[in-house]
Design a protein around this ligand. Structure first.
Ligand SMILES: [Zn+2]
Length: 78
């Protein structure tokens, strides 16, 4: 339960990267993590269903950047 401002900052930077290149990413239908499009299954929950809509990826990246660490951003397993 410790606050981690530097971690949040890092997530904001990663989210910015995703927002600029949404076509490189997709959203896991199972846990809402953002994963790279090359991933066959979600590294977090092993789902194989993804939303590849660029607008949805952009919106999700912005949401995750502002949220406590619940879902995984792509940098965690790149
Ligand atoms: Zn998942």
């Amino acid at each position: 339960m410790s606050s981690d401002p530097e971690g949040l900052h890092e997530r904001a930077r990663q989210a910015d990267k995703i927002v600029k290149n949404p076509s490189r990413y997709k959203i896991c239908d199972g846990c809402e993590s953002i994963v790279v499009t090359a991933a066959v299954t979600c590294p977090s929950c092993h789902s194989y269903r993804f939303d590849e809509n660029a607008d949805a990826v952009t919106a999700q990246a912005r949401r995750l950047a502002l949220r406590e660490r619940q879902s995984v951003l792509a940098s965690d397993f790149e």
